[in-house]
Design a protein around this ligand. Structure first.
Ligand code: SAH
Ligand code: SF4
Length: 343
């Protein structure tokens, strides 16, 4: 995050990072926690109102620091009620977040990078120029700066970017989202979605900070490599080995995501091979019908194709859900995010 009016933004900080400054101002580490709680949990923006911290300390803090929230530049509401927010930070990075509600589940889909380096063939984000990692402040700002921030109870890191390509920042973000001094969300209310970069995946699985979704898209290595070039250096067979070696413990859940491409990856052979690949893993499969965009020429699946495929998978004992697509009319559905690149 860049300085605002020459002051350092506090969003993205952990209390530990603020501890020595607080002590310089005559405060304590406990007060550093308290300060962060006002920002992340109570979502207050005016430092002078943080009432359990002495005024003199707050005045010192205010001389060098600001809360540092910045609003989305634009928002678009879909007919289905989901809202896409476009952000631009001081480093010329643009990125998007999408808020979706269903019953009492209020979810925000966050970006972790501006663009993405993975180049998956079916994904709009993969076709635009990569413009770097986001900071923890930029990611948390997506959560705190939208109008409905206070009612969010689920976060998915499934927007622009590959979370494991920015793992250090993503881990810090997870700490802020789940800490008592942070947003205080449960780990099982947060999910990261990844293509499965092997060494980062192993690091994540050793101390998982949330639910995990792996982008599968084909059980056949050659076909997966055609769709997702990262398969060549991060083979799905190695990913499965790691997942078996470090199983997620309840209540955390493992999901596989499968973009349904018409006439391509929905055959009986695909269903059988998926069942073999996933046997022995406690998981379920989320089918995402391909969302159309102009940067690729795949076909969306027909409803017959989807029904048949899901039946085959259920018969093979793989619990399967169809992910209802939201925000398609405003280019906010999975794989349609492109910042402000032309559509
Ligand atoms: N980079 C991460 C998370 C962001 S994409 C990942 O790839 O896992 C979130 C999900 O949307 C992934 O499963 C991705 O494969 C899928 N996706 C990408 N483009 C899509 C499209 N056009 N239609 C449907 N799903 C898509
Ligand atoms: Fe990146 Fe995910 Fe899109 Fe692949 S699907 S290009 S990893 S955002």
């Amino acid at each position: 995050m860049e300085k605002q009016n020459n002051k350092v933004p506090l969003i993205g900080f952990t209390p530990q990072e603020l501890c020595s400054t607080m002590q310089e101002y005559g405060g304590t580490s406990f007060q550093a926690e308290s300060l962060m709680r006002w920002i992340y949990r109570k979502r207050e923006k005016d430092i002078s109102t943080f009432s359990d911290i002495p005024k003199a300390i707050l005045q010192s803090v205010e001389q060098s620091y600001t809360v540092g929230l910045y609003p989305p530049k634009e928002s678009k509401r879909s007919d289905d009620g989901s809202v896409k927010y476009l952000f631009a930070n001081g480093q010329n990075q643009v990125f998007e977040a999408v808020a979706m509600s269903s019953g009492n589940r209020h979810t925000l889909c966050l970006s972790t990078q501006s663009g993405c380096r993975m180049g998956c063939r079916f994904c709009r984000t993969g076709s635009i120029r990569f413009n770097g990692n986001l900071s923890a402040g930029d990611i948390i700002n997506q959560v705190l700066s939208i109008p409905d921030s206070k009612r969010l109870n689920r976060i998915v890191l499934m927007g622009m970017g590959e979370p494991l390509d920015n793992l250090k920042v993503v881990n810090k973000t997870l700490e802020i989202l789940t800490a008592d001094w942070g947003c205080a969300l449960g780990k099982s209310n947060i999910t990261i979605s990844t293509v499965g970069l092997l060494s980062e995946l192993e690091a994540f699985l050793k101390s998982p900070g949330c639910n995990l979704a792996i982008s599968l898209h084909s059980p056949f290595p050659d076909e997966r490599a055609m769709l997702m070039p990262v398969e060549r250096t991060n083979p799905i067979l190695e990913i499965i080995k790691l997942l078996k070696h470090y199983p997620l413990k309840k209540p955390l859940r493992l999901t596989f995501e499968y973009v349904a491409l018409g006439s391509l990856n929905l055959s009986k052979n695909h269903a059988r091979a998926i069942a073999t690949l996933l046997s022995g893993l406690s998981c379920h499969l989320n089918i995402i019908p391909w969302n159309r965009h102009n940067a690729a020429t795949f076909q969306s699946p027909t409803s017959d194709e989807l029904t048949n495929f899901m039946e085959l998978l259920n018969d093979a004992g793989i619990p399967t859900n169809l992910r209802k697509s939201m925000g398609g009319d405003i280019d906010a559905a999975c794989g349609q995010m492109a910042g402000n690149a032309p559509h």
